[in-house]
Design a protein around this ligand. Structure first.
Ligand code: 1CP
Length: 345
């Protein structure tokens, strides 16, 4: 049977469904490959577009976002098994009314981060379908332009990671401001996480309705929390998102199983709890071992990952060896595997 939305006449027929098959539980040989941040600064054609336009201007212009999404698919024609829509996790704080700038060589910057719980009153609950319509338009356009070559992945940041940016105002070494909220204002923190979860659930449902064939949630700063904090402030909100996502898809009469990936960087102690959620793929970061991870999880699920991105700096021969070792390790586990790096390129 054809996997996923391919029965929808509006979209081109899928020519490569290896990513979707693996995500939904099949062992594919050789395993499908894609790369987190595959459309990014390592590509000269990406840097050329970025010289002309502001980062968020690119995100907000469907034609440009589509063009960049296709860059690695065209350059590595036939070698990648999935595309990921070009955007950023920080479009959600923007949609909730916060200003976010992308500073050259510094990364994201919030001029007015959340400082105390009173600031929660400044956040608005957006009508996701309207405020983030540019993302959905980019997805629909890209789904058509991909012409069935590979499936299109949509994504969102996870609640804790987005909360961390909204309070820190950018990247951080210690995340002490965001973690201080969890200790000092636990109930207000949960209010914020619940608001984010509701927006995120709507956001990923709309991405699927716009043509995304799989979804990945990035909890990039999961590993900054103690296992106890992550169990209290991370996992329950992921569970809420997954439950609402599945329910809303049924309500929208999407009957195909839409593969959902959780990439919770550094969440070693929580792999079991994460695998218990109604998800399909668990992303492993480069500090995790497939064999060790497989011992922790309680049901058959696909594993994604996890070569260290910095291994790309090795000599070519060494990189080949490291890649082969990584493939062998996942192979020995016997679960379906999607090859990827253990964090963004
Ligand atoms: O200056 C530039 O040209 C921007 C570099 C860049 C790119 C290419 C940023 C800034 N974001 C992106 C795109 C992006 N971000 C994608 C697109 C799809 C892909 O090809 O993978 C995705 C999925 C993201 C997700 C994202 N943004 C995450 C989660 C993944 C991860 O890396 O952990 C995070 C944490 C962000 C925030 C962000 N955006 C950009 C930067 C440099 C950062 C990280 C900054 C920090 O370390 O705090």
């Amino acid at each position: 049977t054809e996997t996923n939305l391919s029965s929808n006449k509006a979209y081109p027929r899928m020519l490569n469904t290896n990513y979707l098959k693996a995500a939904l539980g099949e062992v594919i040989c050789p395993p499908p490959v894609w790369v987190m941040r595959q459309a990014g600064r390592y590509l000269p054609e990406f840097r050329e577009v970025r010289e002309k336009y502001d980062f968020f201007k690119v995100c907000q212009t469907p034609e440009l976002a589509c063009q960049i999404t296709l860059q690695p698919i065209d350059r590595y024609d036939g070698l990648l098994d999935a595309a990921i829509i070009f955007s950023d996790i920080l479009v959600i704080p923007q949609a909730m009314g916060m200003e976010v700038q992308m500073l050259p060589s510094k990364g994201p910057h919030f001029p007015c981060p959340l400082i105390s719980p009173e600031d929660l009153n400044k956040l608005r609950m957006p009508v996701v379908k309207d405020v983030l319509s540019y993302v959905f338009e980019a997805i629909t356009l890209t789904r058509h332009r991909l012409n069935g070559r590979v499936p299109l992945i949509g994504f969102s940041g996870a609640p804790w990671t987005l909360m961390a940016y909204m309070i820190e105002g950018g990247g951080s070494k210690t995340f002490s401001k965001a973690k201080a909220w969890l200790y000092r204002y636990p109930s207000e923190s949960k209010q914020l996480l619940a608001k984010l979860s509701s927006v995120i659930a709507d956001y990923i449902v709309e991405q699927v309705l716009a043509g995304a064939q799989a979804i990945q949630l990035f909890d990039s700063w999961a590993g900054e929390l103690s296992p106890k904090l992550y169990k209290e402030f991370g996992i329950p909100f992921l569970e809420e998102i997954v439950t609402v996502f599945r329910k809303k898809l049924i309500d929208a009469q999407i009957t195909e199983r839409i593969p959902l990936t959780l990439f919770c960087k550094g969440a070693h102690s929580s792999l079991k709890d994460l695998s218990d959620l109604d998800i399909d793929v668990l992303g492993l970061d480069y500090t995790m071992e497939a064999i060790e991870a497989s011992k922790n999880i309680t049901k058959r699920i696909c594993l994604q990952g996890n070569l260290d991105p910095c291994a790309l700096f090795a000599e070519t021969e060494t990189l080949k060896e490291l890649t082969n070792e990584n493939l062998k390790e996942f192979d020995s586990v016997g679960l379906p595997h999607i090859v990827n790096l253990g964090h963004g390129m």
